[in-house]
Design a protein around this ligand. Structure first.
Ligand code: G3H
Ligand code: 13P
Ligand code: ZN
Length: 336
């Protein structure tokens, strides 16, 4: 991940990080990466790890690297809730972990700065000694529907730039997730947000103070109306909602955002495609008849985001460095 984000910073583009739980989602990402010639970040939450019993997901990832050797691919732990969770992901073969110490291990209660810095530092020490990248988080995202948010309104725990600087200094993280008004899930905003709804000024300030830290935007699904409409057209019941406009993400990318987390848009795309088959062909019962359109719909969204974030065309720019070599580099110059 560190190498992939360094390359993205050099090329001034962003890289989407897409959540996976099963084979179809991994295939969708890898096919989109091949089609657009993009590096890929495949990320799994704790929920995904337990859904797939960990090892299924790991072997699907191995299959992805075997079948798509031309794509630099990261297997990243999304929202690790404790040092133990991060260590278990490292033991399982993840090449990058997020220690989300902005919340206590329950994934809901905002933590103290001291707890966050201590836990994250411990993960950095273990991870870097093995060449593995660490993402930390300072400030809390709003929303709670996926269990990775403080359940507060999205603006009540924005990242404080002074704390961000101190956090990076104390922990030595490679990438930093910041809270600038986004939240997880489909229900982010009740009308189209502007640069004021999202605190882009804060992002600019953090980037000015931490020009060499890769910034991460969570809760970055755009929740496109077309995807909402497909679900509702075929019997779904989504309430009107707005996500993060692509232009705001692109502004972030111009100002230090290198990793952009997207899950909800893919969930919407897959569900819409499945609902359509169920609605139009109620006689179908072969799972492939709806999982294939679902996979195609996700691939389309991922390919579109890869192009919009600017990572398209960059898969062949570099050859992945081994973890052993990364560990040496961390020892020599990267660790704080
Ligand atoms: O931010 C979290 C992702 O959307 C994953 O959610 O915990 O429901 O797998 P999950
Ligand atoms: P969305 O719910 O906006 O897709 O955010 C996903 C995310 O941040 C995963 O960590
Ligand atoms: Zn997230």
């Amino acid at each position: 991940m560190r190498q992939l984000l360094d390359e993205a910073a050099q090329g001034a583009y962003g890289v989407g990080a897409f959540n996976v739980n099963n084979m179809e989602q991994i295939q969708a990402i890898m096919e989109a990466a091949r089609e657009t010639k993009s590096p890929a970040i495949v990320q799994a939450s704790r929920g995904a790890r337990s859904y797939s019993q960990d090892r299924f997901l790991y072997h699907l990832m191995l299959a992805a690297t075997e079948l798509y050797p031309e794509i630099p691919t990261v297997l990243h732990l999304d929202h690790g809730n404790s040092v133990e969770t991060c260590k278990s992901a490292i033991a399982m073969g993840f090449t990058s972990v997020m220690m989300d110490g902005s919340l206590m291990p329950d994934g809901k209660t905002p933590s103290t700065f001291e707890y966050n810095a201590r836990a994250t530092r411990e993960v950095v020490e273990t991870a870097h000694s093995k060449g593995i990248t660490v993402e930390g988080e300072i400030g809390c995202l709003g929303g709670i529907e996926d269990g990775h948010g403080a359940g507060l309104d999205a603006l009540s725990h924005l990242t404080d730039p002074d704390q961000a600087v101190e956090f990076v200094r104390q922990t030595g993280v490679d990438a930093l997730a910041i809270a600038i008004g986004t939240s997880h899930g489909a229900y982010k905003f009740t009308k189209k947000p502007t640069g004021e709804t999202l605190k882009m000024d804060r992002l600019l300030e953090i980037h000015r103070r931490l020009p060499n830290t890769h910034l991460v935007m969570h809760g970055s699904s755009s929740v496109p109306k077309e995807l909402q409409d497909i679900i509702n057209q075929y019997g779904g019941k989504l309430k009107p909602t707005w996500g993060v406009p692509i232009e705001e993400i692109q502004l972030g990318i111009k100002n230090g955002v290198r990793k952009i987390n997207v899950d909800t848009d893919n969930r919407l795309a897959m569900t819409g495609a499945i609902r359509k088959v169920f609605w139009e062909k109620p006689e179908e019962f072969d799972p492939r008849s709806y999982l294939k359109p679902a996979r195609d719909a996700m691939k389309k969204v991922v390919a579109q985001r890869m192009t919009q974030f600017g990572q398209a065309g960059h898969a062949g720019d570099y050859a992945p460095i081994s973890l052993e070599e990364m560990a040496k580099r961390y020892q020599q110059h990267l660790t704080a």
